[in-house]
Design a protein around this ligand. Structure first.
Ligand code: NAI
Length: 548
């Protein structure tokens, strides 16, 4: 039986509330006459009020808090706002503002959003999942707060990340919000500052041993299969080894993916495809050196090798194009501290802790910063790359902003305009010697919402690496030639919904081709995706559909 809502309950439900836009007929039917101002405003007028109020805020964090508050009261108006100007609002609801919001999560907290599941609830996870008000959940974005952006272990403060990520499913690709559940799995934190902060919202204990954590995650994953059988679990911002291990543990059994491993890989691969296009080469003509060999680095290296294999190399040949350098120096065969998943990228080479020396010796055409450490692509690094390459590709992906390995201005200036550059966060265009350079943002929000939409529409049974490669190709193909010439590796954000619809359609086709869909194959893939897209418009049938 659908829940009947009338009176003040309607105004308190953000998915039903229209604030000042209820018609007279709706006010009568919903018994809210007198509970709202006696006007019927259009959505556009409401939007202009939101814009005016946002204009009075002085910091992005204040704008973030305002928008979260709007979402708590009026979901449609929230999405109408951020979808009206994605290039302006994505950096506020997500990177880089979300980083600051997470650091202060317990302090700016207003109201619960998503679920919070502590390890002390072991044995009862299924029952707790049933407390969620929606019965058909299609995506759970889950973190343990272990490695939030490039900020490290933030424990419960990391809960802001699944909330923000899922907002992007809707804002960027139109996945309807009622199917999305943010989740924080609380197994403790090793963050001393938060453990002593009276406003911290998580358990005050340090993280358990890996086996204990994984057995808790096992219970959670199994419970999801039973309570929400059509649900895809999106792992987000776990520490590097947990991210890779948990993905390996579940990926062949359930519909799961890890955005840091696979989504990052997809978006960077899209950039690499276009960098090669600018240079007139193929992926397999290039040589890659990573700074950072954690979840993002390994995920990318693996996907890149799969894509090079599709160009005709064997896996071993492809791996020989990829070198990695981490906090302990170059990954090479004498290193004793490597995880199994890092070993394919440890080649025969003299040990070195000097990144510039590694560049001199390996002569990469592309360097990729996934180290979490700002400023590590120094002037010397960029100059060395520019000396060795006509068009050095420099991808400084760590975020938030101050963690970028170098800024676009530094990359273009130090390379004298030769660099092909992208960052993990948004930077403005750079003017150098009368030329305009457009730094791209290698942000996974071009990938995971589109993959999400494809999974949602096809009810895919599994998430495969091929889906990420296809999404990378689709994203790369949507950058017009004139912008490619200015060095732009990614499509413009202003048109992100349309870009993601096209990407989702290509991924959906692959899902059907691979026999992973649980719905009938449509004749026209783009219209099929469009039919599933959420629109931030009030429904005139609120009373009939949800409240009557
Ligand atoms: P991680 O913690 O798993 O790995 C970090 C790696 O960097 C480790 O291999 C570590 O040894 C290495 N490292 C740390 N300090 C270093 C130093 N001074 N020199 C050389 N290597 C160093 O982290 P993960 O998940 O791989 O993420 C890395 C970064 O990538 C983060 O800053 C994250 O924000 C960023 N990222 C960017 C995305 C994007 O869309 N652009 C998406 C996902 C992650």
């Amino acid at each position: 039986m659908p829940m009947t809502k009338h009176g003040i309950e309607v105004l308190r439900d953000p998915s039903l509330n229209k604030s000042t836009a209820f018609t007279e007929e709706e006010k009568q039917a919903l018994v809210i006459v007198g509970l709202v101002p006696d006007v019927t405003e259009s959505e556009d007028l409401q939007l202009s009020r939101v814009m005016m109020q946002l204009g009075h805020k002085t910091t992005d964090l204040d704008r973030y808090v305002y928008l979260v508050n709007l979402l708590d009261h009026n979901e449609t108006l929230f999405y109408r706002t951020i979808m009206s100007d994605p290039a302006r609002f994505l950096p506020i609801v997500y990177d880089p503002t979300i980083g600051e919001a997470c650091l202060k999560f317990g302090h700016i907290y207003r109201q619960a959003r998503g679920m919070y599941l502590s390890i002390t609830r072991r044995g009862k996870v299924k029952d707790i999942l049933r407390n969620w008000p929606e019965k058909d959940v299609r995506f759970i974005c889950v973190t343990d707060g272990g490695r939030i952006l490039g900020l490290g272990d933030l424990g419960a403060n990391g809960a802001g990340i699944p909330i923000g990520k899922l907002e992007l499913y809707t804002a960027c690709a139109g996945v309807p919000p009622q199917y999305l559940m943010p989740m924080y799995l609380d197994a403790g934190t090793n963050n001393e500052q938060y453990l002593h902060d009276p406003l911290y919202l998580g358990m005050r204990k340090t993280q358990p041993k890996t086996e204990e954590l994984y057995s808790f995650v096992d219970e959670f994953v199994a419970a999801v299969q039973e309570v929400f059988p059509k649900c895809c679990i999106h792992f987000e911002d776990w520490t590097g080894s947990d991210a890779v291990h948990l993905l390996g543990r579940y990926r062949d059994k359930y519909c799961v993916y890890n955005d840091d491993v696979q989504g990052t890989a997809g978006i960077v691969l899209a950039g690499m495809i276009n960098a090669a296009r600018i240079k007139g080469t193929k992926l397999s003509d290039e040589k890659y050196l990573f700074l950072g060999a954690g979840s993002a680095g390994i995920g990318l290296a693996n996907l890149l090798c799969s894509a090079m294999a599709e160009e005709g190399l064997t896996l071993k040949q492809a791996q020989s194009h990829v070198y990695m350098f981490d906090i302990n120096g170059l990954l090479e065969t004498t290193r004793k501290d490597l995880f199994d998943f890092q070993k394919p990228y440890a080649h025969k080479h003299a040990p070195t802790h000097d990144f510039v020396a590694a560049i001199e010796s390996i002569k990469p055409t592309t360097i990729i910063g996934v180290s979490t450490v700002g400023g590590t692509f120094t002037k010397e690094v960029v100059e060395t790359m520019a000396r060795l390459n006509e068009r050095p590709v420099i991808l400084a992906l760590s975020n938030p902003t101050e963690h970028a390995e170098c800024t676009p201005e530094q990359a273009y200036t130090w390379s004298k305009g030769k660099a092909i550059y992208a960052a993990g966060v948004q930077f403005p265009p750079v003017q150098l010697n009368g030329q305009t350079f457009l730094p791209g943002q290698a942000n996974n929000f071009y990938i995971f919402p589109a993959i999400g939409m494809a999974i949602f529409a096809t009810q895919a049974k599994r998430v495969t690496d091929q889906m990420f490669i296809e999404s990378a190709r689709a994203v790369a193909d949507q950058v017009p030639n004139d912008l490619l010439k200015q060095g732009l590796l990614y499509p413009l954000q202003s048109n992100i919904l349309e870009t993601e619809i096209q990407t989702a359609a290509r991924v959906a086709k692959l899902v059907f081709d691979s026999g992973l869909a649980r719905v009938d194959r449509p004749s026209d893939m783009v219209s099929f995706i469009r039919r599933h897209v959420y629109k931030p418009m009030y429904s005139s049938t609120v009373s009939a559909k949800k409240a009557a």
